[in-house]
Design a protein around this ligand. Structure first.
Ligand code: TYM
Length: 337
């Protein structure tokens, strides 16, 4: 990486390789990553260490990790511009997490909404990793001194903890970490389930009809959108509280066509009933996803090249992470030889 590259502000973000990437991942995160990578020194990881906070089958985890990497590229992440790597390939994340663990209160972790949700969802396996999950996430971010973290709205609370930990360390020792800002889109930062539009679209939803996966075929996408749960109204207007299903479909239409909400409302003002609108959304989403799916298959079929990209990314990330960790260890009082 050139000197000039190093001087730019830093962004870091990541996704858990469990299940499959869906349109919520794209809207909340990937879309912004792709835009920001031209301006920022960008690092994007696949957070496999985080994924094992819930039980994973090893073969599936291995496959999903490569699937997510291929999907990042299929969505527009350019490995020549951005550093693309797998979290477990950079052991310094886990090492910094230990130091941060020792600076985090139990209460801070138990307040996390994602911890509460996931421990309810996986009540048979409420492990310590699930509890300290956000500290590892803070470590992912702070180890690169990221200025900005582009994520979906559900990650805001984790970012607040990250900021607190950075400030705490800086205050307790001396200025070390950049205090990062979240970057969350006003529109599309939280795509909702197609079946329960007051709930977030999620890769782990047992009802597959609730989620548009980026690898879904045309027919699947059209079916899912036509069957999306809406209310008994007839008008296409943006009203998240009163008509969350239509608001979600309008958000997907905006995402896939670029039309503003006012333009969408105007163009459907004279249609009655939701069917023509759903038809249009189905077309727009299917047309949008098709080239992503095709690029994904092409990239995923060349596993050797994909692994080479990840290898280069890990080497670069490790060089940077090592420098931060060395500073942290020194300030913490560990002996350097
Ligand atoms: P994860 O794997 O659940 O999701 C990856 C990214 O996608 C966003 N997202 C959504 N955005 C809008 N609507 C949705 N329905 C939707 N579902 C998911 C998430 O907000 C996220 O940005 N803890 C993180 C992973 C992580 C991370 C990090 C992120 C680990 N270390 C460091 C940033 C920086 C997570 O579980 O995301």
């Amino acid at each position: 990486m050139s000197e000039q590259h190093e001087q730019r502000k830093v962004i870091l973000s990541g996704m858990q390789p469990s299940g499959q990437p869906h349109i919520g991942h794209f809207s909340g995160a990937l879309k912004n990553w792709v835009q920001l990578q031209h301006e920022f020194d960008s690092l994007f990881c696949i957070v496999d260490l985080h994924a094992i906070t819930v039980r994973q089958e090893p073969a599936k985890l291995r496959k999903a990790t490569l699937d997510f990497a291929a999907m990042y590229i299929a969505c527009g992440i350019d490995p020549e511009k951005s550093t693309l790597f797998v979290q477990s390939h950079v052991p310094q994340h886990a090492e910094l997490a230990w130091v941060l663990n020792c600076m985090t209160g139990m209460g801070e972790c138990s307040r996390m909404t994602q911890f509460k949700d996931k421990s309810a969802q996986h009540s048979e396996n409420v492990n310590v990793g699930l509890f300290t999950y956000p500290i590892l996430m803070a470590s992912d971010i702070l180890i690169y001194n990221a200025d900005l973290v582009p994520v979906g709205a559900d990650q805001k609370q984790h970012l607040e903890l990250t900021r607190n930990l950075a400030e705490r360390f800086n205050h307790h020792y001396s200025p070390t970490f950049t205090v990062p800002e979240p970057y969350i889109s006003d529109v599309g930062g939280k795509i909702m389930s197609l079946q329960e539009p007051t709930k977030k679209m999620s890769k782990s939803d047992p009802n597959e009809k609730a989620t548009i996966f980026l690898r879904d075929g045309d027919a699947e996408i059209r079916n899912k959108i036509k069957r999306a749960v809406t209310d008994s109204g007839t008008r296409i207007v943006m009203d998240e509280a009163g008509s969350p299903g239509i608001a979600n479909l309008m958000t997907l239409y905006h995402l896939t066509t670029g039309m503003s909400f006012a333009e969408i409302e105007a163009s459907f003002a004279s249609t009655s009933g939701y069917a023509p609108f759903k038809e249009a959304v189905a077309d727009a989403v299917a047309t949008f996803v098709a080239p992503i799916r095709e690029r994904f298959l092409e990239i995923r079929n060349n596993e050797e090249e994909l692994k080479n990209i990840l290898k280069r990314g890990a080497e670069h990330a490790r060089d940077r992470a090592r420098k931060t960790l060395r500073k942290v260890y020194k300030k913490t009082g560990f002996v350097e030889l």
